[in-house]
Design a protein around this ligand. Structure first.
Ligand code: PMP
Length: 443
């Protein structure tokens, strides 16, 4: 790639942006830029069509630049750019939360709005702790997360999260324990969908509760399927078992559905897919099709009513963001939820999932591949790590795939894919073909 291309920013401009989660110097020596997007594709700065098999970052579930969503944002920007939601509000925020609450499962009908998944995770933890206090259970202050969990980058999220590199920021929250992660290759690799075995890993929750006593524990937080750490699909019955243990000990169960929400598994939410009721649910990403940043936290009616009925302070939850319920995000959110419904995209994801499963598992015999995992329209391909190399093998695959016209995500030596739910079988075939070739050409 020509680093002097007229479409590329100057070295000074490149250096002005401290890029997140990126080896900055490496990237800026050979930048890869996306300049426009439509449906399943990005266009790169050098004019190539790039097939997006990651829906941006697990977020553009309806594909890119959908006219209905774009027009809704443009109309709202022209009408009213911003309005506060503290002691004041605007109609679209209620229209949006009402529409969302109709989609939400079980009794999760009350919605707090944030601007990202990280804010949703921290908000959910704060609501859980405040709820225990408001209902007179102030000793319930401990939180339980999980190894290999990702709940964003706020201090709450990294405390309950289970990625060692994410936690190198000081002592973090007190009173946090971690369940073991659910990836158990000793029960077999290349498992399609939910593993049959491994349910016993849920019993670790009982052991943590025994250690600290249920009277000290506020909440357990898990992703229904751990996404960012490499697509770890829980064994059959696992989430149901966590629910039973939480019920037995009067502990709240929080699902972080930032990835699994909005059709990713072929149902509206992971809670629907697995048939398990959380008390609190975190959302972001697909909530606005990523066209405007937004996150949300849904709570059960019981939690909301407890605050409304028993909180002694005039402000029930001392928490919120300037941009909570931003008008542009609400407009995008309404148009997004309508798009999902009008196009039946969650059912479409369910219909496409078997083809997706067979296609990605066909890479079982591709070079370097040591495991493949999938559920709904998520796939993870694990590569054998290579010793002593400066760049992980998967990163080399990422770069080569981009040059061949395919966008994937990598985490360590795992390739993760989560295509827009509008994809056709031909897109899946094309992605698998490029990956097979790129893997064969990677040392
Ligand atoms: N929770 C989960 C489960 C996520 O996957 C992510 C992002 N990948 C987050 C939280 C954080 O979201 P954000 O980057 O919008 O803060």
């Amino acid at each position: 790639m020509d680093n002097l291309s007229p479409n590329l920013p100057s070295p000074e401009a490149l250096d002005s942006f401290w890029m997140p989660f990126t080896p900055n110097r490496q990237f800026k020596a050979q930048p890869r830029l996306l300049v426009s997007a439509k449906d399943m594709h990005y266009q790169s700065h050098d004019g190539r069509q790039i097939l997006d098999m990651t829906a941006g970052i697990w977020c553009s579930n309806a594909g890119h630049n959908r006219p209905k969503i774009v027009e809704a944002i443009q109309k709202q920007a022209a009408e009213m750019d911003f309005a506060p939601t503290f002691n004041m509000a605007h109609p679209k925020v209620f229209e949006f939360t009402h529409k969302l609450s109709k989609l939400l499962p079980y009794d999760l009908k009350r919605v707090f709005l944030t601007n990202s998944g990280s804010e949703s995770a921290d908000t959910a933890l704060k609501i859980a702790l405040a709820y225990q206090r408001v209902r007179g259970m102030a000793s319930k202050v401990r939180l339980i997360g999980r190894e290999r969990a990702y709940h964003g980058v706020g201090f709450g999220g990294i405390s309950v999260g289970g990625i060692p590199k994410n936690r190198l920021f000081g002592p973090l929250l007190n009173g946090v324990d971690h369940l073991p992660h659910t990836y158990q290759p000793e029960y077999g690799r290349f498992i399609k969908g939910e593993p049959e075995h491994g349910l016993d890993s849920a019993e670790a929750l009982e052991r943590i509760i025994t250690l600290h006593d249920a009277s000290t524990i506020a909440a357990v937080i898990v992703e229904p399927v751990a996404g960012s750490t490499g697509v770890l699909v829980p064994p059959k019955g696992y989430l149901k078992r966590l629910r039973e243990i939480c019920d037995k000990h009067d502990i709240l169960l929080i699902f972080d559905e930032v990835i699994t929400g909005f059709g990713r598994l072929g149902a509206a939410f992971g809670a629907d897919y697995f048939g398990v009721r959380p008390d609190i649910m975190c959302m972001a990403k697909g909530i606005t099709n990523a066209a405007v940043p937004m996150g949300a936290v849904a709570v059960s009616n019981r939690i909301y009513d407890t605050f409304m009925q028993t909180s002694e302070t005039p402000i029930e939850l001392f928490h919120g963001y300037t941009y909570t319920g931003h008008p542009l995000a609400c407009a995008a959110g309404i148009a997004t939820l309508e798009t999902y419904a009008e196009e039946g995209l969650f059912a479409r994801a369910a219909d496409m999932a078997p083809y997706w499963q067979d296609a990605i598992h066909s890479l079982k015999d591709a070079r370097h591949v040591i495991d493949i995992r999938n559920l709904g329209l998520i796939g993870g391909i694990e590569l054998e790590p290579r010793a002593g190399a400066a760049t992980a093998r998967a990163m080399e695959v990422f770069n080569k795939a981009f040059d061949a016209g395919l966008l994937i995500r990598v985490t360590g030596d795992i390739i993760a894919m989560s295509p827009p739910l509008i994809l056709e079988k031909s897109h899946i075939d094309q992605a698998v073909e490029i990956l097979r070739k790129v893997l064969s050409e990677t040392e």
